[in-house]
Ligand binder design. Structure first.
Ligand SMILES: [Zn+2]
Length: 239
């Protein structure tokens, strides 16, 4: 994470609330089953599940806008749909990477065309073994967590839950929360400026490789990365 991550969404603190308010509108006048937001999230899930292209998705949105009763709130373009989802914290960045996973082409490597470690090109090699300049060899999708953390502090209820670990009464000799663990106490003692502020987030990172539904060829590898916020009470932190 770097300072740039903090810049996201910072200019308008009410934008998120506006989007939520906007998303609460019924999909069309009188519709009780779907809101603008729930319809969009369902459609976007379909797009992701079936690998629908952006062009196809836009055409589908336009058709649906036409099929639904007048006054419907369905976005009419991919751009509008993305804007709503990004404001909800579902934004992502695409980063260029070395095909051998040595570096990301950012900061001092922003303009490099070859990996400084293994020397391999940033561009993809065609079937004729000629490099296709501008066609990336590898792209990493990065989901910045900081906008999601900001969201957590925007909700009064969640913000209160984030200090639950400091407000609760611990039971002697029992470990009911990571806050009872020696490593948590070690952190409090070693870095008191972090430990003394209960709103500071304590995160656990866990990941492993898997092949969803065994439906991908073995050339593909998916690694779910799970970030757990240990500040929350036990009934929320594993949700
Ligand atoms: Zn490399």
């Amino acid at each position: 994470m770097d300072d740039n991550d903090f810049g996201d969404f910072g200019s308008d603190p009410y934008e998120f609330a506006n989007v939520i308010g906007d998303g609460d509108q019924p999909l069309y006048p009188g519709c009780r089953k779907y809101t603008k937001l729930s319809a969009l999230v369902n459609l976007y899930n379909l797009k992701a599940k079936h690998g629908m292209s952006d062009v196809c998705f836009t055409e589908l949105l336009i058709l649906q806008g036409d099929l639904l009763p007048e006054g419907n709130t369905i976005p009419t373009s991919m751009y509008e749909a993305k804007e709503t989802l990004c404001a909800l914290g579902l934004s992502y960045e695409k980063m260029h990477a070395c095909p051998n996973d040595c570096i990301l082409y950012r900061k001092k490597y922003e303009d490099s065309t070859n990996c400084p470690t293994c020397g391999i090109s940033r561009w993809k090699e065609g079937k004729d073994s000629i490099l296709k300049e501008g066609v990336l060899a590898k792209v990493v999708w990065y989901f910045p967590p900081i906008p999601k953390f900001k969201r957590m502090f925007r909700s009064h209820e969640t913000a209160k839950s984030l200090t639950w670990h400091a407000a609760r009464k611990s039971i002697d000799g029992q470990m009911s929360h990571p806050a009872d663990s020696p490593s948590w106490k070690l952190l409090d003692n070693k870095w008191p400026e972090i430990g003394n502020e209960p709103r500071n987030l304590r995160l656990a990172l866990s990941f492993d490789g898997f092949n969803p539904h065994s439906s991908l060829s073995s050339r593909y590898s998916c690694w779910p990365v799970i970030l757990v916020t240990y500040n929350l009470p036990p009934w929320l932190c594993m949700k």
